[in-house]
Design a protein around this ligand. Structure first.
Ligand SMILES: *Cc1c(COP(=O)(O)O)cnc(C)c1O
Length: 367
């Protein structure tokens, strides 16, 4: 039996590289509380992500919770159900009410044609998701938000390194959250960041991730603890050295999938949008009118020791803790029931990509 192929694999530097990076921590004995690695990574990311302001967090979820809290919002927040539960949890855990907007069928981001109808007097913010690294319709969202005077916070967890029209993806909206979780394109083991427009927010965000402490004898916010430690930051510094090579490897794998599967009838392959430099974070395939349905393909791949993922299924709105009516977001429901993300990570070999594709090709019908 062929070896198991996982859907993803964490990118790690060579052991020696990481060991060298953390070496001086044994001298300083300062292993957390915004030390030298933390400061260094923050500066490098400001540059790499091409954003004006940025602050690091222990993970992406707490980064999102913190930026929502920083804006001191009340009422309803419009988001999409086609995302990781974290997006909606961050809204709800801030005492806000999520309102689900449908997605479009082209890139699976928020359907801006449905957005404005959902805005009420209670709406205080929009939290769209750059899902799979696909860029939301930032122009239209910006226009609608300005008209109604509401905040825009992007869940950019999938979008590390993505640019749109030459600008870093984190420079759109009022703020963007990035996740540096082990399974993401760039990782700090666990970790995350908020990029934001208004420099005034720096103090609030730093307070929110460090108990509201603003000086040795002053506490100005009721903050929690969401600090990135020095070992996480050191991992980030190492991984950042290899990010461009890793994204290039992802691109080659992505293109191999496209090349192999482009003539298969009844499936929809991911697209790279115009004006976007992608990070090739995922390879979602929609089994629309294929000879077998999504669940059958999932099982067939599993029989061949290949782990794919129904990402995103179920919809956030269908989980027992939310239980919204998913009929209200028919596109999200449709995609969620047919999507399968195929294995994609820098060290996946072309031989493995071909093996995965052949399983699909063998049951499919070609043009
Ligand atoms: C990963 C992810 C998050 C949460 O990030 P963590 O770093 O795991 O806390 C939030 N939203 C989306 C869309 C994600 O994929």
């Amino acid at each position: 039996m062929a070896k198991t192929i996982e859907v993803t694999q964490s990118s790690l530097p060579d052991f020696e590289e990481y060991a060298n990076e953390i070496f001086d921590l044994w001298d300083s004995k300062m292993i957390t509380n915004m030390g030298i690695k933390h400061r260094s990574l923050e500066l490098k990311l400001l540059d790499y992500l091409n954003v004006k302001n940025l602050t690091l967090f222990s993970n992406g979820h707490l980064a999102l919770e913190a930026i929502i809290a920083a804006f001191d919002l009340h009422g309803e927040v419009i988001t999409t159900p086609y995302t990781f539960v974290s997006t909606t949890h961050a809204i709800t855990r801030n005492g806000l009410t999520p309102v689900f907007c449908d997605i479009n069928l082209e890139d699976f981001t928020m359907d801006v044609d449905c957005l404005e109808k959902l805005i009420t007097k209670q709406t205080c913010a929009i939290i769209p998701v750059h899902v799979y690294g696909n860029v939301c319709n930032v122009e239209k969202i910006d226009q609608i938000a300005k008209k109604h005077n509401i905040k825009v916070i992007y869940d950019a967890a999938h979008s590390f390194g993505v640019t749109y029209k030459g600008k870093g993806i984190g420079s759109f909206g009022d703020a963007s959250m990035f996740s540096f979780h082990a399974t993401k394109v760039f990782n700090t083991i666990e970790g995350g960041a908020v990029a934001f427009k208004d420099s005034e927010l720096q103090k609030t965000l730093n307070g929110l991730k460090n108990f509201g402490i603003t000086g040795t004898e002053t506490v100005e916010y009721i903050g929690g603890n969401a600090k990135m430690n020095e070992f996480q930051a050191a991992m980030g510094i190492c991984n950042l050295r290899h990010i461009d090579v890793n994204i290039l490897k992802r691109k080659e794998i992505f293109e191999r999938y496209i090349h192999n599967l482009k003539d298969v009838k009844g499936i929809i392959l991911p697209i790279i949008q115009e004006g976007v430099t992608s990070n090739y974070s995922y390879f979602p395939v929609i089994f629309k009118e294929f000879t077998k349905n999504r669940d059958e393909i999932f099982e067939l791949l599993k029989l061949n020791n290949i782990n794919s993922r129904k990402y995103f299924y179920p919809l956030t709105s269908d989980f027992s803790c939310y239980k919204y009516d998913s009929e209200r977001t028919p596109n999200a429901k449709f995609i969620s029931e047919r999507v399968l993300t195929l294995p994609l990570y820098p060290s996946l070999t072309m031989l493995d990509v071909d093996r995965i594709c052949n399983i699909i090709l063998n049951v499919g019908e070609n043009y």
